[in-house]
Design a protein around this ligand. Structure first.
Ligand SMILES: [Zn+2]
Length: 217
C-alpha cells in the first residue's frame, strides 16, 4: 500500500500463539461460525506444553518481522490471554480483524496418540459461503507460502496443507488466516527440537520468510 506521502505502509501481521486460556474460560462454548448453532469449546488446552512453545516461537517471529519492517500485533504476549470478546477463538479472530491484518498466523504444535508422527503442517480454512469465502483464496495462498518456508527453514518433514471447516478461529476471521502446526509435542524428537532456542528461531525465520513470499505478491 502506498500512502499519500509515497511511503509504503508496512503490512501488519497478527500472530496468535495458541492456547493459554484459563481452564474455566477455555471450557466455555462458542459458535464455530457467525450465526451457527454448532458450538465448540473455546480452548481445549492443546498438547502438553504447547502454550509455552507457541508463545516462544511467536515472540521470535515477532522479533524477526519487526526487524524486517513489518508491524506486528499479538493476541497474547504472556502465559494467559486477555482479550475483549471472551478470550475464545472468536475473540482471537476479532482481535486480528479489528487491526485489518494482512495475515493472521495461528501458531500451534501438534499432539497425537501415535508418538511416531512428526513434522510440520499448515491448516487453512475450507471454503464456506458467508464465513470464509472472502478470505479463502489468500488464506490458501498464505498457507502454501508458510508451509514451504517453514519446511525449508527447519528441514522438518512436510505434512502438507489441510483445509479445515471446523475451526472457530478460521470461520470468524475477516482477514487471511492460517494455522501452522510447528511439530508434534508427542514425538520425542520434535519435542526436543521445539524446546531448543535454535529450532524455535528456525521456525520463526521460516514463518517470516513465508510472510514475505505472501505479502509481496
Ligand atoms: Zn493447538
Amino acid at each position: 500500500m502506498i500512502g499519500a506521502a509515497g511511503v509504503a505502509a508496512a503490512a501488519l501481521i497478527c500472530l496468535d500463539p495458541g492456547h493459554g486460556t484459563p481452564p474455566a474460560i477455555g471450557r466455555q462454548l462458542e459458535p464455530i461460525g457467525p450465526g451457527s448453532r454448532v458450538m465448540k469449546i473455546k480452548d481445549g488446552g492443546g498438547a502438553h506444553g504447547e502454550a509455552a512453545v507457541a508463545l516462544a516461537i511467536a515472540n521470535r517471529t515477532r522479533a524477526v518481522l519487526l526487524a524486517r519492517g513489518y508491524r506486528v500485533a499479538m493476541t497474547r504476549t504472556g502465559p494467559t490471554i486477555h482479550l475483549r470478546d471472551g478470550n475464545g477463538n472468536i475473540a482471537r479472530a476479532k482481535f486480528c480483524n479489528r487491526r485489518h491484518a494482512a495475515l493472521m498466523i495461528r501458531i500451534h504444535a501438534d499432539g497425537s496418540a501415535y508418538r511416531s508422527l512428526h513434522g510440520v503442517s499448515t491448516l487453512v480454512p475450507a471454503w464456506h459461503s458467508g464465513w470464509t469465502d472472502d478470505v479463502y483464496a489468500p488464506s490458501v495462498r498464505a498457507g502454501f507460502a508458510l508451509q514451504k518456508a517453514v519446511v525449508s527453514a527447519t528441514g522438518a518433514p512436510d505434512r502438507g496443507i489441510v483445509k479445515r471447516s471446523d475451526l472457530t478461529g478460521f470461520n470468524w476471521a475477516d482477514v487471511p488466516v492460517t494455522l501452522v502446526e510447528t511439530g508434534f509435542l508427542t514425538n520425542p524428537t520434535d519435542w526436543r527440537l521445539l524446546h531448543t532456542a535454535s529450532y524455535q528461531q528456525r521456525v520463526a525465520l521460516g514463518l517470516a520468510n513465508g510472510v514475505r513470499a505472501f505479502v509481496r505478491r
